[in-house]
Design a binder for this molecule. Structure first.
Ligand code: GLN
Length: 493
């Protein structure tokens, strides 16, 4: 029998259903792999008992001949941005250290209802702000990948870097991620895995620690397209508790999956050819076009003229919303409280927030309050909202000429931890290709395209029309079948 930790979502689910192995055996194998990979620092807390209890429930159901859930027997990693009842939920911050939610997020509940168990809470950039997983209060996450010929610890991307590292290292078959401006796609690209951010509103935000509410979306990160289709189906769905939740049925993406792209037009946005993009990334983009053409699609040039304004607009809108969302962490209701001797209420707020937030979070709160202040609101925030509308309009126009867009996921491959810390702007540029789809609320996915000459994974991005996750997944499958990406990091942990 293949080692159980080499199996993905579908193989585990089908194997458990067929009685080839028990859910308990799977949970035990992954619990052991998680424990053996502590050096990656992918998890903030591990929850082996949660995984075992869910597995036993699935095995018992199967023994009784009861109907099994869509992901029955699959243990997953949960990004520590999702509130999990009674299990510490920190958003990788000190201010929420020790916080035990009284409730379960809708997405995590949906996954438990589908038969998943939890291996643990995955590390991330603090409050999901970052692109390298270096802003966590609980320490950096390492990618399982190494640049050929070097031993430097590499970034797994961010903010869902615990998720990407765990899936790439085969210590979790799949994990949840969230994407506000690239945090599913960029880490997926950096680690040679697949991740999809669905249309804004597909997955409930209820119980997800808020960063920028008009952009935040949850999605799956897994080893391949089919596993993502299965897991997204389990996560998504209308939720009356989230006012921006889409009141639409969840299609059966898994069953409808097809790599036949006949009749599809794939747009290549000319503005995504930017200075500073790695030559090998441009080559992989060319290769991606050839693969999609081979799958029957027609390749067309399109223009998204406001692309260059998207990242600056994102870095006004996201911090503005963050500064408002993070105002709730004040030492009064939950989390850290720093009450200096003789302090009044204002002093307590200031001391708590000074001690509880990391530097990047403080930077965002400062930017956000600045751009929302009375004197600068129109100059920054209103302008950024106008740009957001123009970016969305660019896509609307492009859909007249194409059905999907193909672009690189990131301008570079992964980089060594520590190498970009002093340079927030270069760090922010990681998401230059990811942010436009976020501002427009569109479904977008990263699929592995191959390795660069340093032996590091590269990703290709597919962006779809609103609600067309199917189109995105289908084109992703077409690329996956042609790239034949099977590389795995060498085990050093
Ligand atoms: N890296 C981007 C940022 O730091 C996006 C983060 C995200 O999508 N959560 O804001």
């Amino acid at each position: 029998m293949t080692e159980l930790t080499n199996l993905g979502v579908k193989a585990i689910r089908d194997g458990v259903a067929a009685g080839e192995f028990t859910a308990r055996e799977v949970a035990e194998a992954f619990n052991a792999a998680v424990a053996a990979a502590a050096e990656l620092n992918a998890f903030i807390v591990t929850t082996p008992d949660h995984a075992l209890a869910a597995a036993d429930a699935v095995d018992a159901k199967r023994a009784k001949g009861e109907q099994l859930g869509k992901m029955a027997g699959v243990p997953i990693g949960m990004k520590d941005l999702f509130a999990t009842k009674g299990v510490q939920t920190t958003a990788a911050s000190h201010i929420l250290e020790g916080f035990l939610p009284q409730y379960e997020s809708t997405v995590s509940q949906n996954l438990w209802d589908a038969g998943c168990g939890m291996l643990g809470k995955l590390n991330l950039d603090q409050f999901a702000m970052g692109s390298s997983n270096e802003t966590s209060y609980f320490g950096n996450v390492s990618s399982p990948w190494k640049k050929e010929g070097t031993n430097a610890a590499m970034s797994p991307g961010g903010s869902s870097g615990g998720s990407s590292s765990a899936v790439a290292a085969r210590i979790a078959p799949a994990a949840t991620g969230t994407d506000t401006g690239g945090s599913i796609r960029q880490p997926a690209a950096f680690t040679g895995i697949t991740g999809i951010k669905p249309t804004y509103g597909r997955c409930s935000r209820w119980g997800v620690v808020a960063f920028a509410s008009s952009l935040d979306q949850a999605g799956p990160m897994a080893r391949n397209v089919e596993d993502c289709a299965i897991m997204l189906g389990a996560m998504a769905g209308f939720d009356p508790k989230d006012a921006t939740s889409l009141q639409m049925d969840v299609p059966d993406w898994e069953t409808a999956l097809s790599a036949d792209l006949k009749g599809k037009r794939i747009g290549i946005p000319r503005e995504y050819r930017m200075d500073g993009t790695d030559a090998e990334i441009l080559e992989s983009w060319e290769q991606g076009k050839a693969w999609l053409r081979d799958a029957g699609a027609e390749i067309v040039d399109v223009s998204l003229p406001h692309t260059k304004y998207a990242l600056p607009a994102y870095y006004i809108i996201a911090p503005a919303e963050a500064s408002s969302n993070l105002a709730r962490y004040d030492g009064v209701r939950y989390g850290l409280r720093d009450l200096p001797e003789g302090a009044n209420l204002q002093d307590m707020y200031a001391a708590t927030r000074a001690a509880g937030f990391g530097d990047e979070v403080k930077r965002r709160v400062l930017i956000g309050t600045y751009v929302l202040s009375a004197g600068f609101y129109d100059a920054y925030y209103t302008q950024a909202q106008k740009i957001r509308a123009l970016v969305a309009q660019d896509f609307e126009r492009a859909w007249g000429a194409c059905d999907l867009i193909l672009a690189p996921t990131t301008p570079t491959a992964s980089f060594p931890l520590g190498s970009l810390n002093e340079d927030p702007l270069t760090m922010y540029l990681n998401d230059v290709f990811a942010v436009p789809a976020s501002l427009a609320g569109l479904p977008a996915m990263s699929v592995p395209a191959g390795l660069n000459k340093d032996g590091l994974p590269l990703g290709l991005q597919l962006i779809g029309k609103p609600f067309d996750e199917q189109g995105v997944l289908d084109a992703g499958l077409a690329i996956e079948q042609r790239s034949g990406f099977e590389a795995m990091p060498e085990r050093w942990w």
